[in-house]
Design a protein around this ligand. Structure first.
Ligand SMILES: [Zn+2]
Ligand SMILES: [Zn+2]
Length: 172
């Protein structure tokens, strides 16, 4: 549960413990999503009229692929999170760091802020392991599995053809 009743927040802070699941509609098409969910813990409290502050932590595992061999992998991600929310029209509303809340809303929804923070925290690329040998640029085999005998630098012409051919193959 990442949605909180604004009225009750005004009288007392809320302990936050919830999951933003990978299938949540808040995610957009190109987002690097978690394998299952982003686990959110922390505290959400009012800091003045119609202003709220969240302090806590995000944890999860990014579902992605190895940059070199394209194998599906998960990468642990953990980050501290601090969000400031203010009602649209407040003095702070121009600050890009501030998340706006609609004065008509009865609930404060943490999900958009969690999504943004998660996207900032995930690595832009990952490897299945530090010394991943990647795909052979000439024949496309996974060099972690097979030594095809090709050596880097012999030719460059066929590298993209080989990759394209490999990606086009059905899973066996
Ligand atoms: Zn790899
Ligand atoms: Zn090869």
């Amino acid at each position: 549960m990442l949605s909180f009743d604004i009225r009750s927040l005004e009288s007392q802070p809320a302990q936050v413990e919830g999951d933003l699941v990978a299938t949540d509609p808040v995610w957009e098409e190109a987002d690097g999503r978690p394998d299952a969910a982003v686990h959110v813990t922390g505290r959400l409290s009012a800091v003045g009229a119609n202003r709220f502050y969240f302090s806590g932590r995000l944890e999860g595992a990014l579902a992605t692929e190895c940059r070199r061999c394209l194998k599906a992998i998960t990468v642990p991600v953990a980050d501290d999170a601090h969000f400031f929310f203010a009602e649209a029209g407040a003095d702070e509303a121009d600050d890009p760091e501030v998340f706006l809340i609609d004065p008509r809303d009865a609930q404060l929804d943490l999900r958009p802020a969690v999504r943004e923070q998660w996207l900032l925290a995930v690595p832009s690329w990952s490897l299945c392991r530090e010394d991943c040998q990647g795909l052979c640029p000439q024949c496309g085999v996974d060099r972690n599995v097979t030594d095809c005998g090709h050596r880097p630098g012999a030719t460059t012409d066929s590298r993209w053809d080989a990759l394209k051919a490999l990606k086009g193959q059905p899973e066996s």
